[in-house]
Design a protein around this ligand. Sequence first.
Ligand SMILES: [Cu+2]
Length: 201
Amino acid sequence: MKKYISLIIGTALITGVPVAQSHNTMTAYYAPAGFMQDLELRVTHGCKGSPVKEVRLKIPDDMMRVSAEHNRDWVVEMKMRKLPKPMPGEGGNMLTETVDEIIWKNPRSNLPGSGRFEGFRFRGMIPEAVGKIIFFRSVNVCESGEERYVDLPRELLEAKTPGLPEKLLKFMSATATPSAFLIIEKPTRPQYPFATPGPKK
Ligand SMILES: [Cu+2]
């Protein structure tokens, strides 16, 4: 306990940003199961003060139909991966591959190493797994060095895990480089078009 408190303080001192923002995170921590959802990865600082020149985001295996928002400051690149078996896409055509990684690079100007944050926007289909927590691994490539936010919790964490808030906080502070997380929640209303039934339960 003491150790992780000193880690938090250490991080805050080094980066000069509030503790809650001191790593790459999802801007919103919750998303409704089965929704096509706008998502954003928030980059809160560079590598020990060095500006960020590239951000790489790994898409979780069970997230499909991913696209990235157009961006006039960063060159956006997508890496694809083959699906284990073809699956139906929008409009009935069969998909054989899906987005594996989104890369934002060669910006008009690098993101300052501290004091400013930036959101990297994309969208995708949230898996139909209410209560599951999915992790987005990401890497900040800086003018000097890189930070790989790729660590996962040591135990399975789910929405129903007892003591989840403390466990998430501990996960986010126990290592220097935790993965960003997203908690899948039960939709409270159907998605547009509202006349059709909502996502399966
Ligand atoms: Cu950090």
